[in-house]
Structures are given as C-alpha cells and as structure tokens.
Design a protein around this ligand. Structure first.
Ligand code: COI
Length: 356
C-alpha cells in the first residue's frame, strides 16, 4: 500500500503528455514562474508523520487565513534542478542533500518533515510527471521548488497543528538578468540578513523576505544584488541575498565558514569538493570584507545562480572591479566542471547525479 501509488497511477496515465516537449519558447528562458502540469502535495496531521502524497494538477491551493505559515512564517523551501540529457533521460543533482537540509530546517522551525526517501521519491514523481517541461539540453533546467509549511490554523503563537509538503516546478534559464556576464554587488553594512542564534542557517522563507528591502534599493541603484556582512563585527562576509560567495587569491579559494548565519549551500559544498579535486586549496573561515580589495576573482554559487562571476563590488562608496567581461579563469574552470557533471556530459565520479 505505497503512499505514492496514486501519484504513480496519475503520472502513468499522463505519460504520453509527459513525454513530449512543451510548446514554449525554449531560447532565452529567464528565472520566472512558468506554470507546468502537476504539483505534488502531502500532508502531516497530529501524529507527526507524512502520508498520502499525490500528484495534482498544478494550481492554486486553499489555506486557512489562520495558517501558521501565513501568520507566523512557519515555512521552509528548497531548490534543486533537473537537466535533460541528449538521450532524453533526466538527471537530478544530489536530491538527498536537499531532503536532509529540509529536515534540519524543519527541526529549527518546529515542523515535522518528510523522510529523505519520501522527499526524493516525491521529487522524482513530480519531475517525471512534468517531463515535457524539462528544457532541451543546453537550454536550461527544470527548477524544482519543494515547500514545507504550517498549513493548520493557529491564532495564539504556537506550531501549527497540520503541515503541507508541496513541490512545484518551473523551467528556468539564467537567474541574473546579466546571464552569465559578471554581476555587480554592493556590500550592505546596515541591514543584516541573519543574527547569531537566529535562522540564517536554514532555508526558512522569512530569511528571504528580510533581504528584499536592501535588494530592491540595490537594484534601483543599478546593482545586481547585495552582499551581507556579519551583524556583530560588521566586517566579515556572509552571503549574497540568494547565493554563497567565494574569494580567489592565487591558488587559494576562501569562503565564509558555516556557523549558523550562512546558508549551507549544496552548490557551495559541491564547488568546494570540485575545487579541491582540481588542486585548489579551499579555506572555510572568517573572510574579511577588506580581502575583496586584492582578490583575483570573486564568484557566487547557488542552485539558482549556479556559478556567477562577480565583476565589481562596491563598499562604503568605493568600487573594486575585477576587470572581467565574462568568467575569470578559476570560476570558468569550476563552472564547467560542475555543470558538465550536472548535465551528464562528463563521468560522475562523485556519484552526485540521480538518473530518471
Ligand atoms: C536557490 O538557489 O535555489 C534558492 O533557493 C535561492 C532563491 C532565492 C532563488
């Protein structure tokens, strides 16, 4: 009596629909919502375990106005991608890492979470049911957005009595409007993304709402995004609104250590391993903002942004430019290694990809 039986039946009954390519303009995909065919829903009530997950037609969901997520922000999200290979098989990248990160976040946010197996199985079902939305090779990827939210009604502040796990997907291309051209960042030293003991280290929805003010101001002033500093000393790099940051100097690549205020990115972790395997020395440590001044290269990593070269950083009114009009040598090497692996263009010696 598999909880996924109904989902499998539904996916099977639409397999012919799922096998063709959707009729959209595949060139120049950006990073926006393109509605697809199905989403996945699974609920958890008082007993604390999720069951009865199923695919449903993609569409709006019903929520009580008193839902915990709407009133008190009890919610988490994840992001991962699926790529289509030339032979039409689909590759997922490290989905169990997202499942584990959701579990850790759920613990911090007082929520039950799906098991790793339930999470990965649900991702697979959702991608297969929406297979026609996975872009052709070289045109982009299918972005997978799992959500976990307190959907039960509360009024007094308390964990919600019911939780919903939902996955929807959207075909995407480049995250930044710059495409793969270098992005221009501004360092923010007044507004902070995270505080010690807070929730900066988990992927809770509120972390992302909290950066919108600084991000909007930066965009209005022509910057691509904001680089945040630690809120105690106001001198150590933390992360960019939607991605982690790396600083290159010679053969040494440094990135802020994970210490509760920085999101433990799966792309971050993968790039560290790829860089070490290529002979770079990678240091996870406190990285001072001043180090940006004499860096050879700076780049960002994230599921959505992949690896994005940084062209300039502005701090206290001064602009440091890295003199790039594309990737720097190091970011290019790491980007190629990672994406060739994610797209199935090179042997996966790390055993990171999952084929569907
Ligand atoms: C991702 O990279 O998948 C994220 O979750 C960041 C989001 C702001 C797009």
């Amino acid at each position: 009596n598999s909880p996924f039986k109904s989902a499998v039946v539904l996916a099977d009954s639409y397999s012919s629909e799922a096998s063709e390519l959707a009729e959209i303009e595949w060139d120049n995909l950006g990073f926006g919502v393109i509605p697809t065919d199905y989403m996945y829903m699974m609920k958890c009530t008082q007993d604390g375990s999720f069951s009865g997950g199923e695919l449903q037609r993609f569409g709006n969901i019903e929520l009580s106005p008193s839902a915990g997520v709407l009133n008190y922000g009890q919610g988490l999200f994840e992001g991962l991608k699926a790529y289509r290979k030339e032979d039409d098989t689909i590759l997922l990248f490290r989905p169990e890492e997202n499942a584990l990160r959701m579990k850790q976040g759920a613990e911090r946010m007082c929520m039950p979470s799906p098991t790793v197996e339930q999470f990965v199985e649900a991702v697979k079902e959702t991608v297969l049911a929406n297979k026609r939305w996975v872009p052709p090779p070289g045109k982009g990827s299918l972005y997978i957005r799992p959500l976990l939210m307190g959907s039960g009604a509360v009024l007094g502040l308390a964990p919600a009595p019911e939780y919903t796990f939902l996955i929807y997907v959207s075909p995407v291309g480049n995250y930044f409007k710059e495409g793969v051209a270098p992005i221009n960042l501004i360092v923010e030293d007044k507004l902070h993304r995270a505080t010690p003991g807070g929730t900066g280290g988990v992927k809770t929805i509120g972390n992302y709402a909290a950066v919108l003010k600084a991000q909007s101001a930066a965009k209005a002033n022509g910057y691509s995004d904001v680089l945040y500093l630690d809120c105690v000393h106001k001198k150590y790099l933390e992360e960019v609104s939607s991605c982690n940051i790396f600083v290159v100097k010679g053969n040494v690549i440094s990135t802020p250590a994970i210490k509760g205020t920085i999101l433990p990115g799966i792309t971050r972790k993968s790039i560290i391993d790829v860089a070490r395997s290529q002979g770079f020395q990678v240091e996870e440590r406190l990285v001072e903002v001043e180090e940006l001044l004499d860096a050879d290269e700076v780049f960002c990593t994230g599921t959505a942004v992949v690896v994005s070269p940084v062209g300039s950083i502005t701090y206290k009114g001064k602009r440091v430019s890295y003199g790039l009009d594309g990737f720097g040598a190091v970011s290019q090497q790491l980007y190629s290694q990672l994406t060739r692996l994610q797209m199935g263009l090179t042997e996966d010696k790390m055993n990171w990809t999952v084929e569907l």
